[in-house]
Design a binder for this molecule. Structure first.
Ligand code: AMP
Ligand code: GLY
Length: 439
């Protein structure tokens, strides 16, 4: 029952709580001193999550048998392959299978090769001149993305962030300046609609679905501003989304099933949680991105309502024995991330933040610590998201109210929250928008 956990964010704290509830003995490595994870771990070490050798050394020292890996960066570094070599069974993809996230062009090409529905038009360029020639042949709006990992922050959308050809080209040059020949720039067809997240557990062959979630990537209320890792998210008691019809959800699951089959056919079977970011458009769900892990914040919506023991799911994914059904409670959740002021552009770290855990719990909410550091009994913000507060209720409305009540128990002089997430009128506007788009 000894499980290694890798990562020190809100997603990993939620995973550690779910593992703890299901009886696992937890050994953790993380970049930052996350007090929620430290509380549950038998032992922990502060290690950069991309330092594969140090993580393997810790795993050997503590004789761990199983591993859960939260973030994508260690997957790209081949941590699963290295842990496999020392006999640790991982509920996470190998370096080859994780390319479904780490290379956007690999993902798009795989979907093209296997004729999988839900793909978007795309092209990858290594120079600004070639990109510009291509852009001149298009008449529809596009999205500019670095080809590699960006933590969700490198994507700019025409009509939102890029409002002229000049602005688009300036951003293309900026991306190429940063990624250079390592990956290039991806120009993607812009999908118009509403986004939703479908995550599934995968054991190499089979998938078991999790409830649908909607994240909010834009930094500011009203879904404007720069893209972030995600400011907060909600899920509904029936595990659908108020604006996603059942058939669209089935289609999304079918797309993920076919991606899992395609990875198998390519000789790199996928194990672990898989994250499908979809845009529900007039012509059905389209893939915005696939991630080789749980979403953050989305993990904080689904893991607190997981009924099946998380440890047994980890074991089943790692050993190819996943049951078709993984059970979740029929409850709604609303998660709002407390972030350092300036998050999304230039956050200023190192400010004290206070969390009254008892107060939060009395409201019926959960608290998940993220990019904070505990020092001499006090908590300090980092440059990324600080604390996730999750309200849980019978309806989204109830969960949202609980989340807002609980947020009164988090204080600091340099923090921000997107209060609009999960609000009734905001969701109703999405429902109306999709109704008119699909009619
Ligand atoms: P990503 O990191 O690829 O998930 O992109 C961040 C955000 O940019 C997404 O959540 C979308 O809101 C937006 N985005 C990315 N790709 C597209 C696309 N092809 N069409 C429309 N919006 C997109
Ligand atoms: N919530 C978006 C992500 O985890 O990439």
């Amino acid at each position: 029952m000894r499980v290694l956990t890798v990562g020190g964010g809100g997603r990993e704290h939620a995973a550690v709580e779910a593992l703890y509830r299901s009886g696992a003995e937890i050994y953790s490595v993380m970049n930052n001193a996350n007090p929620g994870i430290i509380k549950r771990a038998k032992a922990y070490r502060l290690v950069e999550d991309v330092h594969v050798d140090d993580i393997c050394e810790f795993a050997i020292e503590h004789d761990v048998v199983w591993a859960f890996i939260g973030p994508e960066a260690p997957l790209e570094m081949g941590l699963v392959d290295a842990l496999g070599d020392i006999g640790v069974k991982c509920a996470a993809p190998t370096k080859a299978a994780a390319m479904i996230e780490t290379s956007k062009s690999f993902m798009r090409q795989l979907m093209t090769k296997y004729n999988i529905e839900g793909n978007l038009g795309y092209a990858v360029f290594k120079t600004a001149e070639d990109t510009e020639k291509y852009l001149k042949t298009l008449d529809a709006e596009i999205v500019v993305k670095p080809n590699g990992l960006t933590g969700g922050k490198g994507v700019k959308v025409q009509g939102e962030h890029l409002n002229s050809h000049e602005e688009t080209m300036a951003y293309v040059r900026e991306v190429l300046g940063k990624t250079g020949s390592s990956g290039g720039v991806v120009i993607e067809e812009k999908a118009v609609g509403e986004e939703f997240t479908q995550m599934v557990f995968v054991d190499g062959k089979r998938i078991a679905p999790m409830p649908l979630v909607q994240d909010h990537k834009r930094a500011y209320e009203g879904d404007v501003g720069p893209n972030t890792g995600g400011m907060g998210s909600y899920s509904d008691a029936d595990h659908l989304m108020p604006f996603v019809p059942k058939e669209a959800r089935e289609k999304a699951l079918e797309i993920l099933r076919r991606i899992v089959d395609a990875l198998n056919a390519e000789g790199c079977p996928y194990r672990g949680p898989m994250y499908g970011q979809f845009m529900l458009t007039r012509t059905g769900p389209k893939i915005i991105e696939i991630n080789a892990r749980f979403g953050d914040p989305e993990a904080m919506n689904v893991l607190p309502i997981l009924e099946t023991g998380f440890f047994s799911i980890i074991k089943d994914m790692a050993t190819g024995k996943l049951k078709d059904e993984v059970r979740f409670k029929n409850l709604a959740t609303v998660c709002k991330y407390v972030v350092p002021a300036g998050y999304g552009t230039d956050p200023e770290p190192g400010h004290e933040i206070c969390v009254d855990e008892v107060g939060v719990r009395k409201c019926g909410a959960e608290v998940f610590y993220a990019n904070v550091n505990e020092k001499d009994g006090k908590l300090y913000t980092g440059t990324s998201r600080s604390v996730g507060i999750v309200g849980i209720g019978r309806t989204i409305e109830e969960a949202e109210r609980i989340c807002e009540d609980a947020l009164h128990f988090v204080s600091g002089d340099s923090i921000c929250v997107r209060h609009d997430i999960g609000k009734r009128d905001v969701i109703q506007r999405k429902v109306d928008r999709i109704k008119s788009l699909l009619s």
